[in-house]
Design a protein around this ligand. Structure first.
Ligand SMILES: Nc1ncnc2c1ncn2[C@@H]1O[C@H](COP(=O)(O)OP(=O)(O)OP(=O)(O)O)[C@@H](O)[C@H]1O
Length: 368
């Protein structure tokens, strides 16, 4: 049985224009000890998905449907109090995007770690909890005496390490790491990722690693879920997502990140903007930016299809893998993409299903 089993989860935010469907029908399972990466552009719903698991979200967020089974416990049925007592920190913890915001500025970092340890583990004395906090600091490369500092006295990198210490203090079975290194400079990023991986291996926890950076997930994750417009549009083992993706969005993301083994690679970005999550409409949410969109894509929402064991893709054209992969590597394919307005395209019929796209892109050249 999986450690975590999310089924058809819908988490929406109340906003002026209606509900923002930030997580809109997501299913995902995670095994013990496994690391799953969530990749996708800013605003695609990665953080909302992670925060839904431990209900660490703002007051205007609401779970509208679906289930989250954690090791036999239905988390969505737990009261906030039960969730805090039984699950948060000791079973599932989170390393937030910006650790500085995760700490309370009025207490020392040590006091906060001691409090978390003592709150969850009965009978631990203050002195013992302090010793544990010092040991954790030491292991994470922070001078142990600094547990008596306030958060504002820490550099960004140190605060991030301290947050990792807090997130791992109780040996949780699942760690949610939300862009744990993006707020840091590049030199420190690698070291922090290393530290997280080492500690994760030591306590044998599973992890959800959120990032918009394909190179980070390819190095750290067993599986990768590609998130777009509040949905997982493709999921597979990390190697398959990197070397053999089927969804045009994944192909586009891959183009936008440097491949360290290819010095001559030209980076190609995906034109257009993410969908409106208040009113995403019918059809594939990527259609307005997809160079391969056909009539069906605009009108019928694609269901996930399994192409190889464990490789699920939500795309009407995912079986045309050879064509998609070769055309997606051409810059002209993306330059010519519709990036259209859904209504104009569906009503006005600018979608061309004759296959003319294919001829045009095959003639294109990467250095156009
Ligand atoms: N408190 C909120 N109220 C209303 N809408 C929100 C709120 N927080 C997030 N959203 C919206 O929900 C959607 C998903 O946001 P989310 O932060 O989950 O995405 P993300 O992929 O994690 O992005 P990022 O990488 O920037 O954190 C976005 O459209 C965002 O604007």
């Amino acid at each position: 049985m999986s450690l975590l089993e999310i089924r058809d989860l819908k988490t929406y935010y109340r906003a002026d224009g209606g509900w923002v469907r930030a997580t809109d029908g997501v299913s995902l399972s995670i095994d013990r000890g496994e690391t799953v990466g969530l990749v996708g552009e800013s605003g695609s719903g990665k953080t909302t998905l992670a925060k839904s698991i431990i209900r660490l979200f703002p007051d205007n967020a609401e779970i509208h449907g679906g289930s989250i089974d954690y090791d036999g416990t239905e988390i969505t049925d737990l009261s906030d109090k039960e969730l805090r007592r039984r699950i948060r920190w000791q079973e599932i913890s989170m390393i937030p995007q910006n650790a500085m915001n995760g700490f309370d500025p009025v207490y020392t970092v040590g006091q906060q770690i001691v409090q978390v340890i003592r709150h969850h583990e009965e009978g631990v004395s203050k002195a013992d909890a302090r010793d544990r906090a010092r040991d954790l600091f030491d292991e994470l490369g922070i001078e142990p005496d600094r547990i008596d500092d306030y958060p504002h006295q820490f550099s960004g990198g140190m605060a991030q390490r301290a947050m990792i210490a807090l997130a791992l203090a109780l040996g949780p079975s699942l760690v949610l790491a939300d862009e744990p290194t993006t707020a840091l400079d590049v030199v420190i990023q690698d070291r922090i990722l290393e530290t997280i991986k080492e500690k994760q291996a030591e306590i044998d926890s599973a992890m959800i690693m959120i990032t918009h950076d394909m190179s980070v997930v390819s190095e750290t994750c067993d599986r990768i879920a590609v998130v777009y417009g509040g949905r997982i549009v493709e999921i597979a083992d990390a190697r398959t997502i990197i070397t053999n993706p089927r969804h045009p969005y994944t192909l586009g993301l891959r183009n936008a990140f440097p491949d360290i083994s290819d010095d001559d690679q030209e980076l190609i970005s995906i034109p257009g903007t993410p969908p409106d999550l208040v009113d995403p409409g019918e059809g594939c949410r990527f259609a307005p930016r997809c160079p391969f969109a056909e009539e069906d894509c605009w009108e019928i929402t694609p269901e996930p299809q399994e192409y190889e064991p464990g490789h699920f893709v939500e795309c009407h054209r995912a079986d045309e893998i050879d064509y998609l992969q070769s055309a997606a590597g051409e810059k002209s394919t993306w330059q010519d993409a519709t990036t259209g307005d859904r209504d104009a395209v569906v009503d006005g019929g600018i979608v061309d299903t004759s296959g003319a796209d294919a001829t045009e892109t095959e003639g294109g050249s990467a250095d156009e």
